[in-house]
Design a protein. Structure first.
Length: 103
């Protein structure tokens, strides 16, 4: 989902209750930071899991919360995904150059 679209606020976290795991696979937080902090503070058996992009600008606000688990790496940036993206970019350049008018 696009950056800075917040789906989860206090009402949504209240509905989730305790003993839940929120896994963020989007680019940036999809929640109101204060609402997540309140939920994790009152629901000690719930967790927030994400990678560096899922943490986004909320890193400083969430880094010391024990039930926030994240990796500082980007989970979608594997060797294979970088290779595929590079091949796709090269193919797009070749297509553009082959279709470009000759000057």
């Amino acid at each position: 989902m696009p950056r800075n679209n917040y789906l989860l606020g206090e009402p949504e976290f209240a509905l989730m209750g305790d003993r839940k795991i929120l896994v963020n696979t989007s680019v940036g937080p999809t929640f109101e930071v204060d609402a997540l902090k309140k939920w994790l503070g009152t629901c000690k058996h719930s967790y927030y899991l994400c990678d560096a992009t899922g943490m986004g600008v909320a890193r400083d606000a969430l880094k010391d919360i024990p039930n926030v688990l994240y990796t500082p790496y980007i989970s979608g940036k594997s060797i294979q995904s970088v290779e595929r993206l590079s091949q796709k970019a090269l193919a797009n350049i070749r297509t553009f150059l082959s279709e470009a008018p000759q000057v």
